[in-house]
Design a protein around this ligand. Structure first.
Ligand code: IPD
Ligand code: CA
Ligand code: CA
Ligand code: CA
Length: 259
């Protein structure tokens, strides 16, 4: 490894150390849009730390961060870092585990690097375009082809109860047919777990680019697929659905949804 990926990993590990130091301290918590959508001063401080570390080294790069602490780029031109300082803020506050720092680097519209760091487990997942995906430096195997009936699916129960984004009756049969369903509560980690073969698919109706871009890189480097629930490619612009897993899993889910 060299250059930008080492810099990213070093920064994320430093940020992780800061989070572990602060996790048992009292810190300020705010509601953003509702009681499930929280941000803490730690999220903001971590984003600041990451931005400073990126721009010190790469002053002409752009940062698209969840907490908006750096000016957001208007186009996908140049080099963009998609940054989620704490993915799974609710888990960070309530469970003190199962949250991640998620960073993806895109160059001229193409994803080149993806990093998901499970801070409490000290597990670093990273991938480099064309060079595979790794867990703590050990190369991950290609994603196994599994249809829904052989799969463990990561999906929040929200999407099989009445909601504003999808007819719950479309996704409920997946719960019936799958081997099991899990909800971890941190999108980037759920995608990293697909990459690591711990689960076989991830489905959500509501992610932002900083939630999915890093995990997408990991999965695609292992032969998997990441797109929308309509079967379209990601646009890295606004809120989107995400359907991720092996080619077989994704094709199978699309037959359920497009009945
Ligand atoms: C959230 C988590 C959650 C997912 C939400 C995300 P945050 O990120 O990844 O699992 O369902 O869509 O917004 O707000 O904790 O960074
Ligand atoms: Ca958030
Ligand atoms: Ca997030
Ligand atoms: Ca976040």
């Amino acid at each position: 490894m060299q250059g930008i990926e080492l810099h990213a990993i070093d920064l994320m590990k430093r940020a992780g150390k800061y989070i572990r130091q602060m996790i048992d301290h009292a810190y300020h918590i705010e509601e953003k849009t509702n009681k499930s959508d929280l941000v803490t001063e730690i999220d903001k401080n971590v984003e600041d730390l990451l931005i400073e570390g990126i721009l010190n080294q790469y002053p002409d790069h752009h940062i698209y961060g969840e907490e908006g602490r750096a000016a957001r780029p208007e186009t996908l031109g140049g080099t963009i870092w998609f940054v989620d300082p704490i993915d799974g803020t609710m888990n960070f506050i309530r469970q003190k585990r199962h949250f991640a720092i998620s960073i993806a680097i895109m160059v001229e519209g193409e994803l080149k690097y993806g990093f998901v760091y499970d801070v409490m487990a000290d597990e670093m997942f990273h991938s480099i375009k064309g060079l595979g995906a790794y867990e703590n430096g050990i190369r991950l195997a290609p994603i196994e082809e599994k249809p829904v009936r052989e799969a463990i699916i990561c999906m929040n129960a929200t999407w099989v109860t009445a909601n504003r984004r999808i007819d719950a009756a479309l996704l409920a049969p997946l719960v019936r047919d799958a081997v099991g369903v899990r909800a971890i509560g941190a999108a980037s980690l759920e995608l990293a777990w697909v990459a690591a073969g711990r689960v076989d698919g991830y489905i959500t109706m509501r992610n932002m680019p900083w939630d999915y871009a890093a995990g997408q890189m990991l999965i695609e480097e292992l032969g998997g697929r990441v797109g929308t629930i309509e079967g379209d490619a990601m646009t890295f612009q606004e809120q989107t659905s995400v359907l991720a897993g092996s080619r077989t899993f994704v094709a199978d889910v699309l037959t359920y949804v497009n009945k």
